[in-house]
Design a protein around this ligand. Sequence first.
Ligand SMILES: Cc1ncc(COP(=O)(O)O)c(C=O)c1O
Length: 458
Amino acid sequence: MTFKTIIEPFRIHSVEPMKMTTPQHRGKAIREAGYNLFSLHSDDVLIDLLTDSGTGAMSRDQWAGVQRGDESYAGSPSYYRFLESVQELFPFKHVIPTHQGRAAEKILFTAIAKPGKTIPNNTHFDTTRANVEATGAEAVDLPCKEGRDPSALDPFKGNMDVAALDALLSDRAGQVPVVFVTITNNSGGGQPVSLANLKEVREVCTRHGVALFLDACRFAENAWFIREREPGQHGRTVRDIVREIGSLADGMTMSAKKDGLANIGGWLAMNDDDLAGRCRNLLILTEGFPTYGGLAGRDLEAIAQGLREVVQHDYLRYRIRSTAYLGDALTRLGIPIVRPTGGHAVYIDARALLPHIPPLRYPGQALAVALYEAGGVRGCEIGTVMFGLHPDGTEHPAALDLVRLAIPRRTYTQSHIDYVIEVCAEVKRRSGQLPGYRIVEQAPTLRHFTARFEPLTA
Ligand SMILES: Cc1ncc(COP(=O)(O)O)c(C=O)c1O
């Protein structure tokens, strides 16, 4: 007999208190934060769905690894345990630890990109785009057409538009040092990429003689979706699917703060000896010696163990189902979300929910602020605030205005999520009265982290 309730495949071993707040307290806190949720004190947040990055709970065995961490400057056994765990899943020749994903991006793009170069991706994550653009190169997004439609019920909306990639590589021959595929496609709604699509991208890259790299932050969630949704894949283990994904690429960047199940860390991996040498030299300048790369030995141990746990099927079944639980409930409430629900987050379509707020008045920001004010739930705008400001200083609406409710791994229980659902229902009831916003202060790049806003009164 199998039961339909999918339970958390763990017991709680240590707990963290949460501070209960009132609407008055939250109103004052968000005003003082310039209506930017990144500027809040996290003590003033009840359920923190800002990101799934580095916010997960570590396991008993990861904490045991922390105790075993060896802090030798060079050649630590913790590095070799980390290396073995990474190569067990991604057998790249060179594995270079970094303190997080964007450090790997910065090093790689410094080594291969410059003005006149183009980097295509299914959809660049914000730090990836910023690191490409910081070199003077152009970051081009090539999502498949289903990925642009928030309501299309396609199983692999994270896919890359292979025909568009082929055309771009022909048009810009010699100008593209690498093609990136982001698994799962975070900025495109946390949607997975199919194995079939990855194979097609590989074929196009090989034909044009261009390297293929993965932005692999959520590789295990992506592999679970492949196992569940792609014909012919169900009988395979996730570990096996991950190894096949890795074998299709020439290298990867990784933030271990996601599917490394760790609170910090990342790596850059590749097969090319010459490129690895140049990257290691850059690593030494900013991150540290190549066997620790900006991490403590104890962090390397936490990642090594996290990689063993993240591919376990009971964990992934619970993980993907608990995200879908929130998505299904919001859909039943008539709240428009990107469908089907992605792996790590539910993305509310703020532009559709708040049609009275034009994109340049930031409907995503308006919704994110309202969720905080109503119930202390912190989400993240992924829309015109994040992507609307261009390197030439002009501002345009982003393709979508979303609010991402990212679910930290192994952290919140079902009753926390039931509370989030109630808060969303309340904000939907008041949605017609929510104001738009204007920006009163902003940085020239990655403005969403520090901008200050003001509500626009009618
Ligand atoms: C798809 C993707 N790429 C890269 C990064 C950057 O990783 P990090 O935050 O560790 O620098 C993130 C982080 O959220 C991400 O989601």
